[in-house]
Design a protein around this ligand. Structure first.
Ligand code: UTP
Length: 461
């Protein structure tokens, strides 16, 4: 869009205040502000505003929701054999350099209230390693184990990009191969007031927000990195969020199931035992696997029990996915296919009187899980929550650093006990991903060592 078209667009969407501001600027600042305006998808947010402003009920219209088919934790010998086959297949795909890892770290982490990128948050119980360090070391350990190239893609946003990259650089990139570590930015969209007005951050910049974790699949396509991976023989992407320190990165079993099922996207789910626990549910809507937000259920359906007294809609989303690269490409081929959602959040920006003020902002975002119903085939895989899912969302209470640390400690204690170690009840333990990535590896390494742990202990190479 050229200058005239941009200014006309502002006029068409009643942004008189922004136009007046523009005309008051000196020549140099005018140029800067115009550059900012041209770099943002203004037409998109104005259209979205119009759409959402007309809708009275912002929740998505869901029809009947049914439980989706899910590969549950294996119990029978047949299921165990299938799991073993999945592991072998997944391992072979990693060894053949077909699997890349994507960590989305472009969120604002507002609930945690931590200054800086969330991945810098120190989380491990003994060593106080950051989330980024744990994830990076897991990738490093996997590349060693499988002698494979596993590209690690980290999505940031324009506001936390620099600090994230500096953190990796200051830590020698956690000894990852620099050639296979990539940082990229997701898109930013202007935040609007509840009246649909753009908000100034300063004379030449608007208040913007990252375009949601769904922006990862869009950005990968737009920066042509997707094609780069495909051209180099990669076919699958392991997707996870930066805030789950228990995540089993590039879990071969998960990769294997995904491929065996011929899925374009797969999702790990954990069992919900509490009928009122609020999580997104992996279920069927109009026959298609879909993540349904807690708020989109009728309360009686959300709490419904089956004839055995178990929760009907038990499959809670972990936001851990396998995504086929060909599918990501398809999602982008005719414009980005994912729908936008709007979130209402308190934001700060320049008010009409020129003073800094707090106001209600409308943010527009896409969600990765909205791609699930668009897939030709999707697959759900149950995993054990205590082994794989401990998100760090809130400052305190549920899903907080305390609960995640306790989960890490409990898991690693259970591995050590299985390896024959004797542990004093109160001690905290932590196992480096570089020493053992999973229970089996730890047991194999410590067998016969009769380890006794009487004080907090970090188990490293
Ligand atoms: P959340 O939805 O939990 O958001 O993101 P958040 O930004 O971390 O925290 P709050 O809601 O502000 O408290 C889940 C994952 O998706 C990433 C986050 O970094 C996190 O890993 N994310 C979220 C992005 O990468 N970009 C976004 O625009 C939003």
């Amino acid at each position: 869009m050229n200058k005239e078209q941009t200014l006309k667009l502002l006029g068409d969407y009643n942004q008189q205040y922004i136009l007046d501001h523009y005309y008051r600027l000196n020549l140099e600042k005018k140029g800067d502000f115009l550059k900012e305006l041209k770099g943002l998808d203004l037409a998109l947010v104005f259209k979205l505003y119009k759409k959402f402003a007309q809708e009275k009920d912002i929740s998505r219209p869901f029809g009947e929701i049914h439980p989706a088919p899910i590969i549950t934790i294996p119990e029978t010998s047949r299921e165990k054999t299938r799991q073993q086959e999945a592991r072998i297949l997944g391992e072979s795909l990693i060894r053949k350099n077909e699997v890349a890892v994507l960590i989305v770290a472009g969120g604002q982490g507002s609930r945690l209230g931590f200054e800086g990128p969330k991945g810098k948050f120190r989380i491990s119980p003994v060593k106080q390693k950051s989330l980024f360090q744990l994830l990076a070391e897991s990738v490093k350990a996997l590349t060693n184990r499988y002698q494979a190239t596993i590209p690690l893609l980290i999505m940031t946003n324009q506001e936390n990009q620099q600090e994230t990259q500096q953190f990796f650089a200051a830590n020698n990139f956690f000894n990852l191969d620099r050639k296979t570590l990539y940082f990229f930015n997701q898109g930013m969209l202007p935040t609007l007031t509840a009246e649909g007005q753009l908000i100034l951050k300063n004379d030449t910049q608007l208040l913007v927000n990252p375009d949601g974790h769904g922006g990862s699949l869009k950005a990968l396509f737009e920066i042509a990195f997707l094609q780069h991976l495909i051209d180099h023989g990669f076919s699958e992407l392991f997707y996870c969020q930066v805030d789950n320190p228990l995540v089993k990165i590039a879990d071969p079993v998960f990769i294997g199931y995904h491929r065996m099922e011929g899925a374009e996207i797969s999702t790990k789910v954990v069992r919900r035992h509490d009928p009122v626990e609020k999580v997104g549910i992996y279920g069927l809507v109009n026959g298609k696997p879909t993540i349904i937000e807690y708020s989109d259920f009728r309360p009686e359906d959300y709490k419904a029990l089956d004839e055995k007294g178990a929760i009907c809609h038990w499959a809670g989303n972990t936001a851990i996915h396998m995504v086929s690269l060909a599918f990501v490409k398809r999602l982008n081929q005719h414009g980005y296919a994912l729908p936008y959602h709007r979130a209402e959040k308190e934001v700060e920006g320049r008010g009409r009187d020129g003073r800094w003020a707090q106001m209600t902002g409308w943010k527009f975002e896409t969600f990765v899980f909205d791609s699930i119903p668009l897939a030709r085939k999707a697959c759900g895989v149950e995993v054990i929550r205590e082994e794989e899912f401990a998100p760090v969302k809130n400052r305190q209470g549920k899903d907080s650093p305390d609960t995640a640390r306790a989960a890490m400690n409990a898991l690693h204690r259970s591995w050590l006990k299985e390896a024959g170690a004797r542990l004093a009840p109160e001690v905290q333990v932590e196992i480096s991903p570089l020493f053992a990535l999973d229970r089996e590896e730890l047991v194999a390494k410590l067998k016969g060592q009769n380890l006794v742990v009487n004080r907090d202990r970090y188990i490293d190479l």
